[in-house]
Design a protein. Structure first.
Lengths: 112, 115
């Protein structure tokens, strides 16, 4: 079993829809939970991060962490064609330890 | 800042040949990571360095792979001999350990095709 599991999709939604992307993990030591966005033929870029449990909102994006269930989510409201990309969840440790474990990514397409 | 630089975007080689991928991290970053990305396996960490010293190479698939970081501004990943199953996109990333949030900055990647 992988430490981080993520549905690869692809996920296709109409413009304006609410998108829900999810990951599960098995390592309870993870403290940082991140979402990276990767456009086609580009490197991943950090979109959002949360520390420990709870929610974090940034514009149309909301990240949620449920450590009791080992489950994280990224919600995109009012999705736009420019949101079409692959979204990778990533998890890391506190204390300055830099190694991060990535999910395989979910490919999202927002159709105009 | 120019970001992480991987100047070669596409590398094509023949099976059995040696291939060297190159990376220049962001100035001031003290961590450097090499990843491999494929459709089947996603983004896999191969090796990472801290202050030019290899910390964890457990992701290096086999002895055909080797990585070096001779100084803070340059790293190489070498595959010798290359095989068709090594075809993938190889990313270099760097980070600064002082921030505590594990944010890694990725280069554009080098797409390796082994014929």
């Amino acid at each position: 079993q992988k430490e981080v599991e993520q549905d690869p999709g692809p996920l296709s939604v109409p413009e304006g829809a609410i998108v829900s992307l999810n990951c599960t993990y098995s390592n309870s030591a993870f403290q940082y939970f991140m979402w990276y966005r990767q456009y086609s033929r580009k490197g991943p870029e950090l979109l959002m991060y949360t520390y420990s449990s709870g929610n974090k909102e940034d514009g149309r994006f909301t990240a949620q962490v449920d450590k009791s269930s080992k489950y994280i989510s990224l919600f995109i409201r009012d999705s736009q064609p420019s949101d079409s990309a692959t979204y990778l969840c990533a998890m890391g440790y506190s204390g300055g330890y830099q190694k991060v474990t990535f999910g395989t990514g979910t490919k999202l397409q927002v159709i105009p | 800042d120019a970001g992480v630089i991987q100047s070669t975007r596409h590398e094509v080689t023949e099976m059995g040949q040696e291939v060297t991928l190159r990376c220049k991290p962001i100035s001031g970053h003290d961590y450097l990571f090499w990843y491999r990305q494929t459709m089947m396996r996603g983004l896999e960490l191969l090796i990472y360095f801290n202050n030019n010293v290899p910390i964890d190479d457990s992701g290096m698939p086999e002895d055909r792979f080797s990585a070096k970081m001779p100084n803070a501004s340059f790293s190489t990943l070498k595959i010798q001999p290359s095989e068709p199953r090594d075809s993938a996109v190889y990313f270099c990333a760097s980070s600064f350990g002082g921030t505590g949030i594990n944010e890694q900055f990725f280069g554009p990647g080098t797409r390796l095709t082994v014929l």
